[in-house]
Design a protein around this ligand. Structure first.
Ligand SMILES: CC(C)(COP(=O)(O)OP(=O)(O)OC[C@H]1O[C@@H](n2cnc3c(N)ncnc32)[C@H](O)[C@@H]1OP(=O)(O)O)[C@@H](O)C(=O)NCCC(=O)NCCS
Length: 195
């Protein structure tokens, strides 16, 4: 079988944000983001991640060299607000599938930035990068993250119970899987739904 060619996300601009590939110079911002227990609450129960990263993490700890990660800055102030990422999962159930992730600085919460970035990156994946489906997974109790996905055209297709979740507060409710598919020629994203 031919190896799958990874497809990295590209720089993009939204109404208020500029997203561009992460670089080693972004490291301090990335480390500071993960040092905030509130940011890490639904990722590892709220433990600050050391600058060296967490080797046992079930989540991404970008440090500036990950082609899947776009850092986001506010265009008006130039401030770093966090990151959005898109992973190429290859062919899954016959569909070219990507996984989307995001982590924003607490000071940037509640202003619609996650919604703006997720909408734009999902559109790039489906309309420009050739993916058939974008998936995202978050703890069931992560209401904010779920709301972002609801607002950007994703739908809840299942709930999973990975072993590491048992250790986290709220983990008993599992992780919810959301997906959004490329619209079919008829214009409906639901026609090819698999779940
Ligand atoms: C989850 C997260 C991305 C939300 O980012 P955000 O920029 O604040 O989200 P938005 O402002 O776009 O809000 C989208 C919607 O979610 C709602 N929302 C956001 N945070 C919420 C919360 N903690 N509880 C309930 N609703 C919340 C908003 O009110 C909004 O809904 P509305 O338009 O109906 O009012 C952000 O809090 C974050 O980065 N958290 C830490 C990392 C994380 O959990 N990442 C996802 C794990 S995979």
């Amino acid at each position: 079988m031919k190896p799958h060619r990874p497809t990295a996300p590209r720089s993009l601009s939204t109404l208020r944000l500029d997203l561009r590939p992460v670089a080693p110079a972004d490291r301090d911002h990335l480390v500071a983001l993960e040092a905030d227990p509130e940011v890490m609450r639904f990722l590892n129960g709220g433990r600050p991640v050391p600058a060296s990263g967490d080797a046992n993490a079930d989540f991404l700890t970008p440090r500036g060299t990950e082609p899947e990660v776009l850092v986001a800055h506010r265009r008006d102030t130039g401030h770093f607000i966090g990151w959005f990422a898109l992973f190429d999962d290859g062919l899954v159930d016959g569909l070219r599938t990507a996984e989307l992730g995001y982590r924003l600085h607490r000071a940037a919460w509640g202003q619609g930035f996650a919604t703006e970035g997720v909408a734009a990156l999902a559109a790039q994946a489906l309309e420009q990068l050739g993916f058939d489906r974008v998936r995202a997974q978050t703890m069931a109790v992560n209401t904010g993250s779920r709301r972002v996905l609801d607002k950007t055209g994703f739908r809840h297709v299942g709930t999973v119970f990975p072993a590491f979740l048992r250790l986290l507060p709220g983990g008993e409710a599992g992780e919810v899987v959301y997906e959004r598919q490329r619209p079919t020629r008829q214009g409906s994203g639901d026609d090819t739904a698999t779940a």
